[in-house]
Write a protein that binds this ligand. Structure first.
Ligand code: NOJ
Length: 587
């Protein structure tokens, strides 16, 4: 009897241990599947991040040497702008070999080491993938231009139209390049035009040729096997064009026929097949995830488009899944230093309202194509914008240097200007077009070249404000943008920010508040003054009372201190100030 009892107990223990192991496994699996839903993705512009070999250009070893910085900051996912072989006409967005590293950045071994170190430190790496165009120096293009069998249709080629007014020939239609001028480039060897929606060194690939898709699938698998956790898909909205090559209608926005704004891009952007392509890659990534250990492999898509078009990249009207998320650029394109509190509430809610259920929102605060936060919203707004980024539901995307409040260096001289569209705009106009100002080297310290490089000159000049504005200073200061950013990231592990509901309200035209709530958890309130005037607000009607309000995060110039109590009816905000407040029911 006793023996029987013993074996029954042993059996029960075994079963229990089994279920515990199963539930731990399930939990780990769920975490692996959903890791990206509340992640902060940190964009690295490799050329400007850290130079390890003193040539004035950032590189992979430089990034690896700074991985501990992410651990210290609380960042667990980075995405790298292109690191592949490239003639660098568009600084890596013109790829001449999709499977190799540009020598300026290092070698494949350096890449493997970066992945191995990052993995050890719990940091996931996402690569930029540029499917729409290659470089004109890519083997594929050279073969295509020479009509080598199998490559004839790798790119979008078209015959010339007869020229008018003495011109020998004319482009096939009126399409314009994003960087201005005709989107068609004459190729003398092939005696045809090729399509290039960006610079002339970036010919558009032809995805109506199945061989192109096959080649690109293989590229994705190649990098997945090297250990990346996913891709940022560049310029996806441009991949397909109207097969009939119809002229695009005039937009009426400008009389300048060379400007990208001249046309309404109904035949060159967001064509139906673009969504199909993303769905195809969704499947490729999911299949890879299922067949291999590791986290869900993800995809974020880049495209400046109408909201309804963007939403279809999440999933189409039949529920077919696409990207994990299409970038939400509203903080860049729709909101600015002039926006009212109502504007902020409107655009934040608009994304959440239109996003198909079950998906994760995302908020891009900056990138290498647009002026920095400190320059768009003003230096005083840096902390408040980071508070928003971190307390909104979903994913936050930070461009390197924004955690320090780095500023654009708009005064880069014409001689030092390297961004292609700026060079094409000419000495008179380059300043306002150039993307160099937001791409200057990362400001690590007040040492030579801001600690970025030991070279005598760097590929872009360092912003002259680096002696003051740099990471070391901010680490040493009692309060700094960096420290605010760090405390915000820490706060993100709270349940209420992960899973809480979200409500936003304009308290007046200058101040708005967001509330995150979750049953059984203290609520969080982010209050932001978007104006350049001091404001006193009363949040009593926006929160449940009685409630104890304790400050969790304050900006560098705040009159308040962390831990201080506030009265709901008397919250005073300096110009552009943001506050993150904890609400606890008072006993
Ligand atoms: C978007 C990238 O972010 C930008 O830098 C690039 O010039 C274009 N795509 C073309 O690839």
């Amino acid at each position: 009897m006793a023996r029987k009892l013993l074996s029954l107990v042993a059996c029960l223990c075994w079963l229990l241990a089994g279920t515990q192991a199963d539930s731990a496994k399930n939990k780990a699996k769920e975490q692996d599947e959903n890791w990206w839903r509340h992640e902060v993705f940190y964009q690295i512009y490799p050329r400007s991040f850290m130079d390890s070999n003193g040539d004035g250009i950032g590189d992979l070893k430089g990034i690896t040497s700074k991985l501990s910085y992410f651990v210290e900051t609380g960042i667990t996912a980075i995405w790298l702008s292109p690191i592949y072989r490239s003639p660098m006409v568009d600084f890596g967005y013109d790829i001449s070999d999709y499977r190799d590293i540009h020598p300026d950045y290092g070698t494949l071994d350096d890449f493997d080491e970066l992945i191995a170190t990052a993995t050890k430190l719990g940091i996931k790496v996402i690569l930029d993938f540029v499917p729409n165009h290659s470089s004109d120096q890519h083997e594929w293009f050279k073969k295509s231009a020479a009509r080598v069998p199998g490559y004839e249709d790798f790119y979008v080629w078209e015959d010339a139209k007869p020229g008018e007014g003495g011109e020998e020939r004319a482009p096939p239609n009126n399409w314009v390049s994003v960087f201005s001028g005709s989107a068609w480039e004459w190729h003398d060897e092939r005696k045809q035009y090729y399509l290039r929606q960006f610079t002339k060194g970036q010919p558009d690939l032809n995805y109506r040729n199945p061989a192109v898709l096959q080649a690109m699938d293989a590229v994705l698998l190649y990098w997945l096997k090297r250990g990346v956790s996913g891709f940022r898909i560049d310029a996806v909205i441009y991949v397909y064009e109207d097969e009939k090559l119809r002229d695009e209608p005039l937009s009426g926005k400008t009389a300048d026929a060379n400007s990208v704004d001249y046309l309404d891009h109904i035949y060159t952007r967001n064509q139906e097949e673009c969504y199909g392509l993303i769905q195809h890659w969704r499947k490729l990534l999911d299949d890879y995830t299922v067949k291999n250990p590791g986290p869900a492999r993800i995809m974020m898509t880049e495209g400046y488009a109408e909201l309804s078009q963007l939403m279809d990249y999440y999933e189409d009207e039949n529920g077919v899944q696409g990207a994990n998320f299409p970038f939400n650029f509203d903080f860049i394109t729709e909101l600015n230093a002039e926006s009212t509190a109502q504007d902020f509430v409107f655009y934040i809610q608009r994304w959440l309202i239109y996003m198909p259920p079950g998906h994760a929102a995302n908020w891009v605060m900056g990138n290498h194509d647009n002026p920095r936060v400190a320059s768009r919203y003003g230096a005083q707004s840096v902390d408040a914008m980071n508070m928003l980024l971190m307390t909104l539901p979903g994913i936050g995307i930070t461009y390197n240097g924004e955690e320090l409040g780095m500023e654009d260096y708009r005064d880069i001289s014409w001689n030092d200007t390297v961004d292609q569209p700026a060079c094409e705009a000419g000495e008179e106009n380059y300043k306002w077009v150039s993307r160099d100002p937001e791409r200057t080297p990362m400001q690590w310290s007040d040492e030579k070249n801001a600690g970025f490089s030991t070279a005598d000159s760097t590929w872009l000049p360092v912003h002259p404000n680096y002696e003051e504005l740099n990471l070391v200073n901010q680490q040493l200061a009692p309060s700094s943008h960096y420290k605010v950013y760090q405390s915000l990231i820490k706060l993100r592990s709270s349940k209420v920010l992960k899973d809480g509901t979200y409500t936003a309200q304009a308290l007046n035209r200058r101040v708005f508040a967001l509330k995150r709530e979750l049953k059984g958890q203290p609520s969080l309130l982010t209050v932001v003054n978007v104006s350049n005037r001091t404001q006193q607000v009363d949040v009593s009607n926006f929160i449940d009372l009685p409630n104890r309000l304790t400050l969790l995060v304050v900006g560098v110039n705040s009159q308040y201190r962390v831990g201080e109590r506030l009265k709901p009816a008397e919250i005073r905000l300096s110009p552009h100030e943001g506050l993150v407040i904890q609400l606890r029911p008072s006993k």
